[in-house]
Structures are given as structure tokens and as C-alpha cells.
Design a protein around this ligand. Structure first.
Ligand SMILES: [Mg+2]
Length: 415
């Protein structure tokens, strides 16, 4: 054998050994050494972020998705308790084991609601972020791999300063002019007209005839403004009683509504079923339902067509993956609820990439710049033709901007 030939064969053998070693050698074991909790205040919203620290310098981020309504401090406190009791010293790769431990041993997780599951969700997402970064892959590679490269999104939040049908019409036209092919609004909500653009939902479960007329006129005006090719969704936020939403929902039918969201209370699947039998619009629900256990009855009753779990408060990425699989077996689609910081949007897009029965992703693209500046590259800034290309950066694909979140540091948990 000539020397050159020998070297070639020897080199190939060495390379094969290296590949084989890389394929069989487990990554060195990481340990969780601390958790930072940020209670952010930005643009009238209050995102709750968890940053999990490890002994090898890798960090992961997750969000407890209660950025609106009451309870952000409670969610931060829940993250603190979970971090202290369950996370320090743990292997961040063992995510299923972590989830089971929370579920079995927090006591309140069984039958629990938004606070306990927002806390679990934030930490769960952070662990996926760490695992992705440690292995050098985006999270979708750990959840089955991509079934799509881009995710279609719909615009929400554009209507929060609208008062009359003309306002809705004008603003909807502007959204469509920016390339969106789907949009949603709240026909019964009223604008608070505060600097941060909040809306108020119906109280005491009833509206007068004038409010009903205004709602129908607003839907009519928006449909006329956007034309027949754009998807229009309506969110009722569980505002009315069953009889009242059936009456109103029937009046919406002629405007080609893609889905009617939360027509009744989240915890009344029988009422949801009743609405679905009387209103000829697909029903969507799920942003206030926690874990696969609470979705089970909606599936069994076939009370909805589209499920909207929020990755940041229903139990995390894997929990929504499981809910999506259950929904698929019942011929239903998934539209992850998303109304928090860009961390939640990044997590949603990673999951959207790898669930086959995805319908569309909710997005708030019109927040103030400070909201998007919480991370190094907010996915909301990448919308093209009503779609976002899925990030292939390792982990969830976003990094917290330290100078932006530091003023909101609420607690640091260390071993
Ligand atoms: Mg909603």
C-alpha cells in the first residue's frame, strides 16, 4: 500500500470514529443553578418572564402568559415557589420528568388554573430553550421536526381604539393594506380610550339593544372594508349568556365569519355545544383552559372546531403538542392563543412548525417598539404577507435583551 493510500484510509477511519463518538456520546450533563424572574411593565401590559440559569452558562427563557388581566404578581410568585421547590439542582433535559413532578407534587396543579399552569409553562419553555441551545438545534427539531417553514398569522389588537363602525372599517382597511389575510376583533367590547389602548368586555352578562346593533353594524362594516377574500374572526370573550350569544351569533352568520371565539364561559362545554348546534359558524375556544385534562370534555362533546390553548398558561410546549394530537384525533384544528411578549410568540412559532393540524397563529403586531425590544429579534417584526418564517436559531430563537429586562427583575432564586 502506498503511503498516500494508507493515510487516506487511516484518515477516513479516524473521521468515522469521531462521527460515531458524536452520535453515541451524550451531551455533558447540565444542572439548573438559578432562576431569574422578571415582572415587566410595558405599554400597559405586564409580561412575566422566567430565565433559567445552568452551571455551564447556558440560559433559557420562558413566559407565564398572563400579560393582561389580573394575576401577574401571583404568576411570578408561582414561578418562585416552583423554582425553589422543584428546579434547583435538576437536569434541565428531563422535561417530562419535571412536568410530572410539578403535576403530582404541587397539589394545586390537579384541577388547577391559570396561575399554577402559567408558572409551570414558563419554566417548561425555558427548559426547551436550554435543551435546544445545548444541542444546537431549534426547539421544533426536538418536537418532531418541521412540517412547515412558514406560519400564517392573523392580526389582533388593531381595533382597540375603535368606537363606532366607521372606526372599525377604517382600521380594518389599514390592516389588510399591510398584507394581512386574516384579522380578528371584539364586536361587544368597548374602547377605554386610555393611553395604552385597553378594551373592556361586557359585564353582568347582558347588553342593551343599542350595543347589539352596534356589534352587528361593526361586523358588517369590517366585512365590507376587507372584502370577501380575507378571513374574519370574532372574539366574544365569554361575555353573554347562551341564549343571547345564539341570537347574536345568528346575526353574524351572513358576514362569512371564520370562527366565533369563546361564545360562552370557558368552563361550560355543554353551553358551548349548545351554541355550536344553533349558530352556523365554527366555534373556537381554549385560552382559559388548562392542560389536556380540561380540554378533554370539549373534545368528547365535539363542542368546538378550533382549539386555542396558550402555551404560556396551559402547561407549556409539550402540553400543547399533546392537546394538538388529541384534537387531531377528533378532526379539530389548533390555533395557539398568543397575547403576551415576543417570548410567547417565539415559543408558539416553534410549536406551530411541527403540528400537522395547525390552522393559523394569533399575533399582536401593532404593539409599541419597547414591547418588541424586550428580545433581540421579535418574530412580530418579520411578518411578510400575513406569515412568519420559522426561526432556525437554536432553542426558542429569541434572547432577552438584558438592559431592557433588568429594571424589571423581581426575584433571583439561587441554590
Ligand atoms: Mg380570546
Amino acid at each position: 500500500m502506498k503511503r498516500r493510500e494508507f493515510l487516506r484510509i487511516a484518515g477516513a477511519a479516524l473521521a468515522a470514529d469521531a462521527v460515531s463518538e458524536a452520535q453515541t456520546k451524550p451531551p455533558s450533563r447540565l444542572t439548573v443553578t438559578g432562576i431569574r424572574i422578571y415582572l415587566v411593565q410595558v405599554g400597559g401590559r405586564h409580561p412575566v418572564l422566567a430565565e433559567v440559569l445552568t452551571d455551564q452558562g447556558l440560559t433559557g427563557v420562558g413566559e407565564a402568559a398572563v400579560a393582561y388581566g389580573s394575576g401577574a404578581t401571583a404568576a411570578a410568585g408561582m414561578i418562585k415557589d416552583l423554582a425553589q421547590e422543584f428546579m434547583l439542582g435538576r437536569d434541565p433535559f428531563a422535561i417530562e420528568a419535571f412536568w410530572s413532578d410539578m403535576y403530582d407534587n404541587t397539589f394545586w396543579a390537579k384541577g388547577g388554573g391559570p396561575i399554577v399552569f402559567a408558572g409551570i409553562s414558563a419554566l417548561e419553555q425555558a427548559l426547551w430553550d436550554i435543551k435546544g441551545k445545548a444541542l444546537g438545534v431549534p426547539v421544533y427539531e426536538l418536537l418532531g421536526g418541521k412540517v412547515r417553514d412558514t406560519v400564517r398569522v392573523y392580526a389582533n389588537g388593531w381595533s382597540f381604539r375603535c368606537v363606532n363602525p366607521d372606526d372599525f372599517s377604517r382600521e380594518a382597511e389599514r390592516v389588510v393594506a399591510r398584507g394581512y389575510t386574516a384579522l380578528k376583533f371584539y364586536p361587544l367590547a368597548t374602547a377605554e380610550l386610555d393611553p395604552d389602548g385597553h378594551i373592556r368586555h361586557v359585564a353582568k352578562r347582558s347588553i342593551d339593544r343599542a350595543a347589539e346593533v352596534r356589534a352587528v353594524e361593526s361586523v358588517k362594516a369590517v366585512r365590507a372594508a376587507i372584502g370577501p377574500k380575507v378571513d374574519l374572526m370574532l372574539d366574544m370573550s365569554g361575555e353573554l349568556t347562551t341564549d343571547a350569544i345564539i341570537r347574536l351569533g345568528r346575526r353574524f352568520e351572513e358576514y362569512d365569519i371564520t370562527f366565533l371565539e369563546e361564545p360562552v364561559d370557558a368552563f361550560d362545554p355543554d353551553a358551548l355545544k349548545e351554541v355550536s348546534e344553533h349558530v352556523n359558524i365554527p366555534i373556537a375556544t381554549g385560552e382559559r383552559m388548562y392542560t389536556r385534562y380540561q380540554f378533554r370534555r370539549v373534545l368528547e362533546l365535539r363542542a368546538a372546531a378550533i382549539l386555542q390553548p396558550d402555551i404560556g398558561n396551559t402547561g407549556g410546549l409539550m402540553e400543547v403538542k399533546k392537546i394538538a394530537a388529541m384534537a387531531e384525533a377528533y378532526n379539530m384544528r389548533i390555533q395557539p392563543h398568543n397575547c403576551a411578549s415576543p417570548v410567547s410568540t417565539a415559543a408558539a412559532l416553534q410549536l406551530d412548525a411541527c403540528i400537522s393540524n395547525l390552522f393559523i397563529q394569533e399575533l399582536y403586531p401593532f404593539r409599541i417598539p419597547e414591547h418588541f425590544a424586550l428580545v433581540d429579534h421579535a418574530p412580530e417584526l418579520d411578518v411578510r404577507n400575513s406569515a412568519i418564517a420559522v426561526s432556525s436559531r437554536p432553542g426558542l430563537g429569541v434572547e432577552l435583551v438584558e438592559s431592557r429586562v433588568r429594571p424589571f427583575l423581581w426575584a433571583t432564586i439561587k441554590a
